[in-house]
Design a protein. Structure first.
Length: 166
């Protein structure tokens, strides 16, 4: 059965309960490089506005220091940065049209086994459910720090990332 549920036995299967979708025939993007977000929610459709805006019009990175910004990669839903020094700092230019919503940062050339310390507008964000991080290795074996923050803002935010002291 396919969403939104068809009773035609085109593949030998029938929908046994029309309120329990078990398969979705998802279409692809019309051009290479485009992405489509599919999902289910029990929230009002208006609750998805900030998510859609943050993906379609992500806030720009400005004033990058200690890193080179490689821009926003919608396929990862992440900002890709290449570390050139420490600390790394930048501004996310959030606004009502380009909201900051749960940003993710992929920091290439991390070159440390140390965890990251993140500050937002001068306030340290404690590791935990609202700040997740991990080190992955790229295909060349170099460390890449991945940081996710539970954060929502419609104004500019100052972000600083540095390695924790061992």
């Amino acid at each position: 059965n396919h969403w939104p549920v068809g009773l035609n036995p085109s593949d030998g299967r029938y929908a046994v309960a029309d309120d329990r979708v078990t398969h979705a025939a998802l279409g692809g993007a019309s051009r290479i490089g485009q992405s489509i977000l599919y999902g289910f929610t029990d929230q009002a459709v208006t609750s998805l506005t900030a998510l859609a805006k943050s993906w379609n019009r992500p806030p720009a990175v400005a004033g990058a220091a200690g890193c080179e910004s490689r821009g926003y990669d919608p396929s990862q839903r992440a900002y890709v940065l290449a570390a050139t020094g420490r600390p790394i700092s930048f501004t996310l230019q959030g606004s009502a049209d380009t909201p900051v919503l749960n940003p993710c940062f992929v920091i290439q050339h991390w070159d440390s086994d140390s965890a990251a310390r993140v500050t937002i507008d001068g306030q340290t964000v404690p590791p935990g459910p609202r700040f997740r991080q991990g080190i992955a290795r790229d295909t060349g074996g170099r460390r890449t720090m991945v940081i996710w923050l539970e954060l929502e803002s419609v104004s500019e935010i100052e972000v600083t990332v540095e390695a924790e002291k061992s």
